[in-house]
Design a protein around this ligand. Sequence first.
Ligand SMILES: [Zn+2]
Length: 292
Amino acid sequence: MLEIGDFRISRVEEVVLDEPVDLFAGLDETIIAQNREWMEPHYYNGERNVLQSMIHVWILRRGDRTIIIDTGGGDDRDRPLSPRFHMQKRHLDRGLIAAGVDPEAVDTVFLTHLHVDHVGWNTKREGDRWVPMFPNARYIMSAKELEARDPERGAASKPPASWNTYLDTVKPVLDAGLVDVVEGTESLGDGLDMVPIPGHAPGMTGLRVRSKGQEAFFITDVMHQPIQILYPEWNSKYCENQDMARETRAKVLKHAADEGALLLPSHFGRPFGGYARRDGGGYRFEPAPDVM
Ligand SMILES: [Zn+2]
């Protein structure tokens, strides 16, 4: 567990996935070779030449509040377009309970964006229906993200198989009246501020956590791998707006270096986050203390 002032931060792992190095379009593989020493073993497997992508859920607690940040890929999901998330059995639900997270006691589910690997455990199966996994929580979703994923709006022109994520993880919690739709600049309470970080997804939203002079910044998919702190112009092929993703990454890195903020992304391997320190004209990566 990590402490940021009065906040306690922990995580529950769903899975570590092999990620082909073509995650980064136009990647110069000699750069991976030059950085191999520090990237192994948690970010890169040199023997198989694959990056390592963590899927996990962040848990943020203060007093009697329990906030979950994103909900992984989920089990038993029909995801024909995303084989790595199709009909899986990874049991993140059991992992949460083993980590002392009572789903009924979660008050907020903060969804950074609505991609397939971030919303899976919004719901759980009950008979032939999908019902909210966190029945007493408010689910925070960006208006822009909802618009982009809704089959009757932004997603209307996309293949129907791509609508599944919305239909079985987003619609059931909307129908249950549990969603708070946000612009991405609101507060979740004292010391908890949303920050728009668009690009990878149109309404992607980060969460700044500040207490007693310390800051952690949940930046989700602004970066997928720590090598992007050294090479911030590298985008993942999954970034929906490539120029905007670069612009946001530059802003986040400047902020992190200026403020000394601990960056907590969604997919970094152990220790799951770290600092961007100025180095020459750019930045270097300093891993977080290994406490999570
Ligand atoms: Zn992601």
